[in-house]
Ligand binder design. Structure first.
Ligand code: ADP
Length: 467
């Protein structure tokens, strides 16, 4: 069942119960008040009748010192005749409850009379046929006798007014409920609008429309829920985009890897086929075997690099405090034997947070790339200095340089600016990707400044530790 419908039903039942109860209470209250007023009047009339009876009894001849039953009847008949127009009925009974006189049609039994003692007055509402009466009992004392005077006052109108009240109230209730249901339908549909918006947004998102946002239509808790939902949808969208980018990266990686594998393998298979299918001259034999060897070596280097990259991606760096001297002195020693190189290493003392072996790999790759990009003996500067935010390592060469549009791409796996030049130097486009991975573990990244023909500088900043 829809939430708006539930809301409507609940309100409908509450309204129906409230209207029913209040209507019943109101009509009954009016009825009770009217009935009590009528009873008051009936009692007053009974008193007046009693007084008239006692007055009439005073004029009875003195020879009777006790009021005779016959006289009672006579006085009662006169009293009734005098009041016929009022429609009131009366009954007179003696001390034992014996009826001395009763108007025609005086129906009630003697139950009220039996409950009433001398000097007391009482009343009750009674039904006779289709009519309703106020039945009163009062006492009269006349000529040494105590008599009971009962009257009946017709109050059928009060009862039929009550019936009419109920009927009118029932109609009003039905009308109010019908109008209320219509209004509540509008209100519940207005109240549940934000929920409908959210449901629509959820469905669209489930169908893959991650950019869809629910419209905020109120400023209340549901409005806040819409804002929170949209915020959640935003971060979900970001995550999905991130995952999609990762999947794309992986696919590109595999495609590039397959491509890089194919080139050396084609050469190896081709030369091996030549060797086995033909009797070649010794010189060609050596040349073919040489190709197979160098391409095999390239494959070996590539697989080692790849392995290194994969291991690094899964690696959790254990950063320790390392004096920067450990890197720069090591570099100097590494390249000291290569006489043709103009490697210039200079650094400012300092300590950084790093995993020693990994940062050495980065520096080695950068210097190696600088060598490949430079003419033999070309000048390469490796510098280290404190900077804002840490300690900066920089490897600068004056070699071929990199075009601006290629600078971002070279950080991706298997990307080479000049493929044949890179392959001829055993490159596979994995070195810088590996450097990026290592620096990511150190919360850092490579910054490239380069211009074609003018050389390049690759730098990165590590967190410095105060001495
Ligand atoms: P590899 O050196 O194995 O080819 P890298 O990922 O280290 O792979 O480098 C990717 C490409 O970036 C290289 O093929 C080269 O074209 C370019 N490159 C890297 N360093 C330099 C540099 N210092 N000067 C010019 N080009 C460079």
């Amino acid at each position: 069942m829809k939430f708006s419908f539930k809301l409507l039903l609940c309100t409908f039942f509450v309204l129906a119960a409230a209207m029913g109860f209040s209507g019943y209470y109101f009509v009954n209250y009016v009825f009770q008040t009217s009935l009590e007023r009528e009873a008051g009047q009936a009692l007053d009339e009974s008193s007046i009748l009693g007084f008239a009876f006692e007055t009439a009894a005073l004029s009875v001849p003195a020879k009777y010192n006790v009021l005779q039953d016959q006289t009672v009847e006579q006085i009662a008949t006169q009293l009734e005749a005098g009041n016929r127009s009022s429609g009131r009925l009366l009954r007179l009974s003696d001390e034992e409850g014996r009826t001395l006189y009763a108007s025609e049609g005086f129906a009630p039994d003697g139950s009220l009379l039996s409950q009433t003692g001398e000097g007391m007055r009482a009343w009750q509402a009674v039904q006779a046929g289709e009519k309703y009466y106020i039945h009163t009992v009062g006492t009269i004392s006349a000529l040494n006798r105590a008599l009971y005077l009962e009257t009946l006052r017709d109050v059928s109108e009060v009862f039929s007014e009550r019936q009419l009240g109920f009927r009118v109230y029932r109609r009003v209730t039905v009308l109010v409920l019908a109008a209320g249901a219509g209004i509540m339908l509008l209100i519940s549909s207005w109240l549940t609008k934000p929920i409908r918006q959210l449901t629509r947004a959820t469905k669209r998102m489930a169908a893959g429309e991650y950019g869809y946002r629910a419209k905020k239509v109120s400023e209340d808790e549901l409005g806040q829920l819409t804002v929170d939902f949209n915020r959640m949808a935003g971060s979900l969208e970001e995550k999905v985009e991130e995952l999609e980018a990762q999947i794309q990266d992986r696919e590109d990686f595999v495609a590039a890897f397959a491509h890089e594998l194919k080139t050396p393998l084609t050469s190896i298979i081709g030369y091996a086929d030549l060797l086995r299918s033909r009797q070649l001259e010794e010189e060609k034999q050596i040349l073919s075997a040489n190709y197979i060897y160098t391409e095999g070596k390239r494959l070996e280097a590539m697989s080692l690099r790849l392995l290194e990259l994969i291991v690094t991606r899964r690696h959790e760096a254990e950063l320790t405090e390392v004096p920067v001297e450990a890197f720069f002195s090591w570099l100097q020693e590494m390249f000291a034997t290569r006489e043709k190189m103009g490697l210039d290493v200079s650094w400012e003392a300092g300590r950084v947070k790093a995993e020693n072996g990994l940062i050495k790999t980065v520096l080695l790759n950068l210097v190696d790339n600088a060598c490949k990009a430079s003419e033999p003996g070309g000048r390469i500067e490796v510098t280290g200095q404190r900077c804002e935010g840490g300690y900066r390592f920089c490897v600068k060469d004056y070699g071929v340089g990199i075009p601006r549009e290629e600078q971002k791409k070279i950080l991706g796996a298997f990307y080479m600016v000049d493929k044949s030049r890179a392959r001829s130097k055993n490159g596979a486009g994995l070195g810088l990707a590996l450097c990026e991975e290592i620096l990511r573990l150190h919360q850092s990244r490579l910054e490239i400044e380069s211009a074609p023909g003018a050389g390049s500088s690759f730098s990165f900043v590590l967190q410095e530790v105060s001495e």
